[in-house]
Design a protein around this ligand. Sequence first.
Ligand code: ZN
Length: 380
Amino acid sequence: MSSSSGKNNIKISGRFAVFLAVALAVIAFLTVMIIIVSKKDAPAPGPTEGPVIITSPTAEITPTADVATPTEEPTPTLAPTEIPTEVPTPTPTEVPTPEPTPEPTPTEAPPTTAHPTPPRVVDGNTSANPAYEGKRLVALTFDDGPQAGSTEYMLDVLKKHNAKATFFVVGNQMAYEPNGVLTTRAAAEGHQIGNHSYSHPNFGKLTDEQIIEQRDKNNALIMKLTGKPATVFRVPGGQRSAHMRSLLAMPIAQWDIDPLDWQFFTTEHITKYAKQNGMSYDEAESRLIDMILFEGVYTTLDGEYIFSPPVAGEMKHGSILLFHDIYPASAKAVDRLLTYLEETYGNFVYLTFDEFILSENEAIIPGTIYYNLWRTTPSS
Ligand SMILES: [Zn+2]
């Protein structure tokens, strides 16, 4: 039994050995299969994984989905020296420029290099009035004076260029100078005297009675000095509500070109600019005038850079410019601007506000705001 049982044992172990062999073979087979399959799934090593080789220096690198090419965004650079080819149309109605209350600090872009190509005049239109055929009519306006020294300088510049303008005078400024001589002179030389309030308060904070008083007190003084009533008003601080307009009951002159002289041409700013750039005061003043007129400047508002295009490139038929005759640099800037326009175009004519509006048969209506020759906010 034992032998038979021993034979059986041998038989069993023989079968087991066969079973084991088969099992091992199957396991081996499966292992091989798994290896093959897993190798197929694995990314095939090849040129797609390698670095991108630019065979030719002119070959364009076109980033594909497979090759992750970091798209390097060019860092935006402020290029203040460049005159923009497309000069943006001014939108004076949307953002009224604050009056010379020195709130935001101007931070013009870093000093620029050479004088760039001359700016272009935006609009080639000329007057529809046969009396001004082929001419571009412009209204130069001056606020916040008169100021001894700078107003005289401005009057001299206007005379030199045979230009008429409108002075929006402040009552107590006239009261400071002896006998209001500058206002009298301005009127005598053919300029229009507009009303810019008696003491230049923020009209947004006045009562109706105070507004009327500011208007009437200054009108009386203008009448006394010039023999003529003021026929146009400019609101200090740019307040333009319908209520304000009806209250003032005078035509209101705004502007569509603001040279930012109230920011850039103050003595403080010119002095600071001179110091920063190692220039004399005169050099700094001259440099700033060039930037304003021919290059454009950056200002900052809430940390954002805002580009103000060059004034000479914005000049067009029908524009109203806002300057201030309280800065000598503004007089120099007007001299340089008018000289440039004479030499370059030769067809700009500078009229008083009333002459300017009436030149194209536009009506001068109380309670209406004029931004330029055609753009108005009607009285309500
Ligand atoms: Zn003002």
